[in-house]
Write a protein that binds this ligand. Sequence first.
Ligand code: SF4
Length: 376
Amino acid sequence: MTAAGLYVHIPFCSSRCSYCDFATGLYQTGLAERYVRAVVTEIRSSHHTDRNVDTIYFGGGTPSLLSPSQLDRILFALHDRFEIDNSPEITLEINPGSVNSEKLREFQRLGVNRASFGAQTFEDAELAKLGRSHTAADTLKTFAELRSSGFDNVSFDLIAGLPGQTLARWQRNIDVALELQPEHLSFYLLEVHSGTPLAEHIRRGIQPVPDDDLAGVMYEWMLERASAAGYEHYEISNLCRPGFHSRHNVKYWTGAPYYGFGCSAHSYDGYTHRWSNHRDVLKYVELIEAGASPVVDEQQLSEVDVRAEAVFLGMRLMQGIDIRLYRESFGVDLRAEHGEDLDRFCKAGLIEFAGDQIRLTRTGALLSNEVFSAFV
Ligand code: SF4
């Protein structure tokens, strides 16, 4: 049976970034403590304890704002409730400037062995425009502290396609990131969500409209550069040194089960059942305190849904989908089921066939939404 992953959402940040539409708010000591208690209560009442677990992911928000003792209480509840592997991957999202060496060593003592580090860009002017709470110097300092505290599995988050960002500035960013030699790189194209301050700035002409074509050029340049530096492009937005793929995130793309705790957390039982929690922090806490369920959305997938997900999630991985395994799992021939679309994408150079694999090309990775829309 495939091992499950556990996700814990920590919805607090020290300031609000201008592009953010995640379920997060500003850190408040009292609310954070109530929230941790609520998460522990939710974990302790989970009915999904039948699966072996080998990854835990603390995402947010800025989970590194929690105190080590708060993280310890959540981890204790997870270990108490679930059958957790002897050497789980435990990831903590960490923002530059939100921790010091002492706190990092405490996190490591608790078993955190992977840091997902929100560098975003190494240009102070771009960080300021994004409303990030740190400078490039903070990023370098915290990264040095991560290393000196013993973190040997660090992933950088980087955003491309910022308003006004030039190719030369992006290239400098990538070169700085590669010089630091993180084990993993996650790369995002900026998305402008309506209702965010950034969307309003663009609407009022205070910031230029991001250039999607240029972002595509940035993407391709980054893949070339990082590949030449020894990174493997294993998922549309992710690269790693050999052996350092995110074990947790791969679960999302391969249909493995995962259980989420905290506001806005999503879960999947690995078969046909998906559900998610209330998005609002306070509402989530109040529901748990009242002994009610925080689940607000449940979905029962049909066989067709499950197959469609297997295709558009599986194709996110650059190794693609194994047609033989697909037939063994679902009793359906993928080529017969989606032959017309697959031929069309193949002719357009967006996908390719390699033995039993169907996979995105590099151009297809950039235009993946176009490919995936055929399977949704
Ligand atoms: S640090 Fe991340 S979660 Fe927090 S406000 Fe910024 S983008 Fe949103």
